[in-house]
Design a protein around this ligand. Structure first.
Ligand SMILES: NC(=O)C1=CN([C@@H]2O[C@H](COP(=O)(O)OP(=O)(O)OC[C@H]3O[C@@H](n4cnc5c(N)ncnc54)[C@H](O)[C@@H]3O)[C@@H](O)[C@H]2O)C=CC1
Ligand SMILES: N[C@@H](CCC(=O)N[C@@H](CSC=O)C(=O)NCC(=O)O)C(=O)O
Ligand SMILES: [Zn+2]
Ligand SMILES: [Zn+2]
Length: 373
């Protein structure tokens, strides 16, 4: 049986999303139908819509930062029931695959190949429009008021958590906090440099403050980001534009930190900044974590000497978090006022105005926009 749902459809790269009524089939074996109550707009959605994502497929229903309620479960679903509150996981946690069992990574491989093709694990799509299939996106497709996901791609959360806030835990909050806590494992007393103070970078700052970093340096070309970053724990702000057209950002940061930062994070998706973030990490022990997603064909480079002399270059997806295990805990942190989400959600829109949310992101006016259904 299929149902009508409201969705913002990405028909073509580089074109605005179009609000349409599309058809959604019910859940099959191991799948769950979820009513999405709210979704955040992440830079990654904009990146894929732009056409820069080598895995980008069209038409598709984008969105991967949602929260909602289970409506129906398919055969074989063991851990969820109608009425449960959930957060969709673009990084699932099956607890059975080689990656999950390794305990070395959060990158569950159980359904990654079909997810990357915009399909459910059985190789088909549940969405269609005028009889033609529409691709799923990152296994989530939260820009629709109902969606279907595999059970292993849903974190069950407490029922008193507000959807319009905790949806952000579905990507940005977990990515930023997790990169500090689970990937880099920043210690108290550290010096941290954060490149890019958007929806991800501000959560890196929040995480660094949480673990007791002494000094937290924020780097952004948007001067509007200074005040909010200071509110979240940034101690020093650097606008690379203030250094002039030939400014030496790396040299400036090394001097500012007496030899380099213990930990640096790239939260923009710009290979030049990735190099700068590595090179301003401290000789001998500095760790630089790439979070930003770069466009198709882009590559990173540095002199191998930078690594020979003890800097380490690592990356983090979904903050290294194991979604079904860690996301409910992060929801608890929010409910216990241990983390601040409210001040990062700067705008709320109905689905019909979703393109305005992306326009504000492009102009640097919003941190996170949330669409409430
Ligand atoms: N690895 C992962 O798991 C995830 C990666 N991402 C990626 O993280 C990146 C950031 O995402 P959001 O914070 O949502 O984006 P955003 O658009 O909210 O923030 C980007 C920030 O970077 C700043 N910026 C742009 N160019 C800059 C430059 N040359 N120097 C310094 N600052 C600059 C902007 O002013 C803005 O404040 C994106 O590439 C996104 O795709 C997002 C979520 C998860
Ligand atoms: N599809 C892109 C890469 C996109 C990417 O790196 N995604 C991140 C999450 S970004 C969230 O906002 C991620 O978790 N990647 C791991 C994964 O398995 O996709 C490309 O092909 O370059
Ligand atoms: Zn995201
Ligand atoms: Zn797995």
């Amino acid at each position: 049986m299929s149902m009508d749902v409201r969705a913002a459809v990405a028909f073509e790269a580089g074109k605005p999303l179009e609000i349409e009524t599309v058809q959604l089939e019910g859940p099959r074996e191991g799948e769950v139908l979820v009513e999405i109550k709210a979704t955040g707009l992440c830079h990654t959605d904009k990146y894929t819509l732009s056409g820069a994502d080598p895995e980008g497929l069209f038409p598709a229903i984008l969105g991967h930062e949602g929260a909602g309620i289970v409506v129906e479960v398919g055969p074989g679903v063991r851990h969820l029931k109608p009425g449960d509150h959930v957060i969709p996981l673009y990084t699932p946690e099956c607890r059975e695959c080689k990656s999950c069992l390794s305990r070395k990574t959060n990158l569950c491989t159980a359904i990654r190949s079909t997810q990357g093709k915009g399909l459910m694990p059985d190789g088909t799509s549940r969405f269609s429009f005028k009889g033609q299939p529409i691709h799923h996106y990152m296994g989530c497709s939260t820009f629709a008021n109902y969606t279907v996901l595999p059970e292993i791609a849903l974190a069950k959360i407490r029922e008193d958590a507000p959807f319009d806030k905790v949806c952000y835990i579905g990507c940005g909050v977990t990515t930023g906090l997790g990169a500090v806590l689970f990937t880099a494992k920043v210690e108290a007393g550290s010096t941290v440099a954060v490149f890019g103070l958007g929806g991800i970078g501000l959560n890196v700052i929040q995480g660094a403050k949480m673990v007791g970093a002494d000094r937290i340096i924020g780097i952004d070309i948007n001067p509007e980001r200074e005040a909010i970053a200071r509110q979240f724990g940034m101690t020093d702000f650097v606008n690379p534009k203030d250094l002039g057209p030939n400014g030496d950002l790396v040299g400036y940061l090394i001097e500012l930190t007496d030899g380099g930062a213990d930990y640096t994070f790239e939260c923009v998706g710009n290979p030049t900044l990735m190099r700068q973030a590595l090179e301003c990490a401290h000789r001998g022990w500095g760790v630089s974590t790439i979070i930003g997603v770069a466009g198709a064909g882009q590559e990173i480079s540095t002199r191998p000497f930078q690594l020979v002399t003890g800097r380490r270059w690592i990356g983090s997806a979904f903050g290294g978090a194991r979604g079904r295990t860690d996301v409910p805990k992060i929801v608890d942190w929010y409910m216990d006022h241990k983390i601040n989400i409210d001040d990062l959600i700067t705008h709320k829109l109905p689905l019909e105005k979703i393109n305005e949310g992306f326009d504000m992101m492009t102009r640097g006016e919003s941190i996170r926009t949330v669409v409430e259904y």
